[in-house]
Design a protein around this ligand. Structure first.
Ligand code: HEM
Length: 245
């Protein structure tokens, strides 16, 4: 059962509807997606079903309800769907996942640390570990964590495809934090084994990120060859009626 909740950034009740439907999607085995009417798939739905109100609930390409449902109303609408087996693969919605927020916050923390360290230890042009260690707080810390947080939130919405959430982002971020600090310490105190361990852990964090993002960009790579993607935009606005013969 394909359940799409059509929403928009500017619609206050859409956030409420999204919360209700997320809970339902965690309990029932439905293919649930929050579709922004500003994105191509949303525009196609609005056009195809001639929707005038949001939030709108579309089940298997049919408009089933508008407005915010209570949880029991929502469960009744997907009455036939079986109970969901636990899975970490989920669509993201309007609100940022906690893991994305934490990644962006961590990136700001690293920016602050790198900014403070660079002038103190000689900036980008200093010699020795004073250059490479703080530099990687900026690159592996600030840049990479900002990309983690924003990519995890935005790419699934741009493509309309789900992403591995649950423990995945936490393991990825944990590896990256630990890797960065060991890499930093290894460089700073010239401890070769610590540096290599840090480098390997940081690299594993990046690899895990790539592993999560790859099927968001190429959904047919999901196990089982899942079809997905934003679909084909067939038209926007009001189409004229076919000429009568
Ligand atoms: C797993 C991740 C990474 C590892 C293990 C790593 C490791 C290294 C190492 C060993 C060096 C050579 C340091 C030396 O001169 O002795 C280096 C230099 C450098 N790295 Fe990384 N790096 C990583 C990620 C990144 C990222 C994501 C960026 C940028 C976005 C970056 C930017 C740089 C730059 C600009 C230098 C040149 C520093 C200099 O010599 O002034 N690195 N990195």
């Amino acid at each position: 059962m394909k359940v799409q909740l059509l929403v928009s950034e500017w619609c206050a009740s859409c956030h409420q509807a999204e919360r209700v439907w997320r809970e339902v999607a965690e309990e029932r085995a439905i293919d649930f997606a929050v579709v922004d009417m500003g994105q191509p798939e949303g525009k196609a739905l609005v056009s195809e079903l001639r929707l005038k109100t949001i939030p709108a609930l579309v089940i298997d390409r049919e408009l089933k309800a508008v407005g915010v449902q209570t949880k029991s109303e929502a469960l009744a609408l997907v009455g036939d769907a079986p109970t969901r087996q636990a899975s970490a693969v989920r669509h993201v919605g309007l609100g940022m996942e906690r893991s994305s927020r934490i990644a962006v916050l961590a990136s700001m923390g690293y920016l602050f640390l790198a900014g403070a360290a660079l002038p103190v230890y000689g900036g980008f042009f200093a010699d020795g570990p004073a250059r490479v260690a703080p530099l990687h707080v900026l690159t592996l810390g600030f840049l990479v964590f900002l990309i983690y947080g924003l990519a995890e939130h935005m790419l699934p919405r741009f493509t309309g495809n789900p992403i591995r959430l649950g423990p995945w982002p936490w393991v990825q971020q944990g590896l990256s934090h630990l890797g960065l600090w060991l890499f930093f310490a290894g460089f700073w105190w010239q401890l070769h084994a610590v540096l290599v361990t840090g480098a390997l852990l940081a690299w594993s964090g990046l690899a895990l990120f790539a592993f999560r993002i790859w099927p968001v960009l190429w959904p047919t790579l999901w196990p089982g060859g899942r079809e997905g993607g934003p679909g084909e935009l067939k038209g926007i606005g009001v189409q004229t009626e076919p000429p009568r013969s």
